[in-house]
Design a protein around this ligand. Structure first.
Ligand SMILES: [Zn+2]
Ligand SMILES: [Zn+2]
Length: 348
């Protein structure tokens, strides 16, 4: 099968690999679309240590069932499906409590670390356990379905932020996850959502996607604008989708006393925390990792149009163009959001 292999750091090769055969509890999926995730781009140069070559990356995918392991029930050849990026064991204490994103044996599709290597979906075929596979409604295109993983991440952050009481909410960062979080919040009953970023074009998109107000600011300027928009009170909830010193501080500054800051972004592994402010104003800091059970809801919201992903897709391109897109994304070219590769172009 055709596959895009990270042969060594920063070198992607279009190559031929043997197609995988599904284990007893696995499904073989013919990949129609697979999105390039920010974590793939960050992992590509070795800086995260989570894409150790040789590895076929890609965990945001959709396609059709091509074969089933002998123990798999409930799917048939040709079913249109997507899958969760988290491969959980189903048996550990966390899994049994439904916290599958915290599974002790958690693996990620298309990721390799010193502990595991699991080839992903930048290839014609991929195998994944049946328990992480979800059937897609006919009206959802494969390219859009490849965005479900990111939508689930946004929904999980919103879910964990409850019982934060209602609007107003501030989202910091109008990138992919920020824009999906904005839409997820609105779909889940937070009508008044502000969003902050420094990039004007992203904020324009945020306004189209339903932001009540957009703030092109950070630091004290951002705080001043948030206070002006909230009767000097601040927001009830801030969801931080960047993960740097100034943006985490911005989120903490923006919430009112007793408010919640949900942390999704982690572009930096460590930040400075304004501890006294968090303690004395009794702010709840809530981390959010991947998703746990949000796929069905994500499929619903995408199908109904409550969450729109079309404006977030920069390009849908054949697998052959993958290396070039990785270079452009890695170079940080402006105005690029999601790039979706199509190993089996005729399916999209
Ligand atoms: Zn991802
Ligand atoms: Zn587990």
């Amino acid at each position: 099968m055709k596959a895009l292999l990270l042969a060594e750091y920063k070198r992607l090769e279009l190559t031929d690999l043997p197609a995988p055969t599904p284990g007893p509890d696995e499904v073989l999926i013919r990949v129609a679309a697979c999105g390039i995730c920010g974590s793939d781009v960050h992992g590509y140069d070795g800086s995260t240590g989570r894409r150790i070559p040789p590895i076929v990356m890609g965990h945001e995918a959709a396609g059709t069932v091509a074969a089933l392991g002998e123990d798999v029930r409930g799917f048939s050849d040709g079913d249109r499906v997507t899958f969760d990026s988290t491969v959980y064991c189903g048996g550990c204490a966390y899994c049994r409590r439904g916290l599958v994103n915290l599974c002790d044996d958690r693996q990620i599709v298309g990721v390799s670390t010193p502990d595991f290597r699991r080839h992903g979906a930048f290839s014609e075929y991929v195998t994944v356990p049946a328990r992480i596979v979800y059937r897609l409604p006919d009206e959802l295109s494969f390219a859009h379905a490849a965005m479900l993983e990111a939508v689930s991440v946004a929904l999980h952050a919103v879910e964990l932020s409850k019982p934060a009481s209602a609007s107003p909410v501030l989202v910091i960062g109008a990138g992919m996850i920020g824009l999906l979080t904005l839409q997820a919040l609105r779909a889940e009953g937070f009508p008044c959502v502000f969003i902050a970023d420094l990039d004007e074009s992203r904020l324009r998109l945020a306004a189209q996607l339903g932001a009540a107000a957009t703030f092109q600011a950070s630091g004290p300027d951002l705080l001043a604008q948030v206070l002006a928009a909230t009767n000097n009170e601040g927001v009830n909830l801030a969801i931080e989708c960047v993960g740097r010193d100034e943006t985490v501080r911005g989120a903490i500054d923006a919430v009112r006393k007793g408010g919640t800051v949900t942390l999704v972004g982690n572009i930096r592994p460590e930040v400075t925390l304004p501890l006294q402010k968090v303690v004395s104003r009794q702010i709840r800091l809530q981390g959010s990792a991947a998703s746990a059970g949000e796929y069905p809801r994500a499929i619903e919201l995408l199908s109904s149009g409550a969450v729109q992903v079309a404006p977030l897709i920069t390009a849908v391109a054949p697998l052959e163009e993958g290396p070039r897109w990785f270079e452009r994304l890695y170079a940080g070219e402006p105005n690029l959001m999601k790039v979706v590769l199509t190993p089996e172009t005729s399916h999209v």
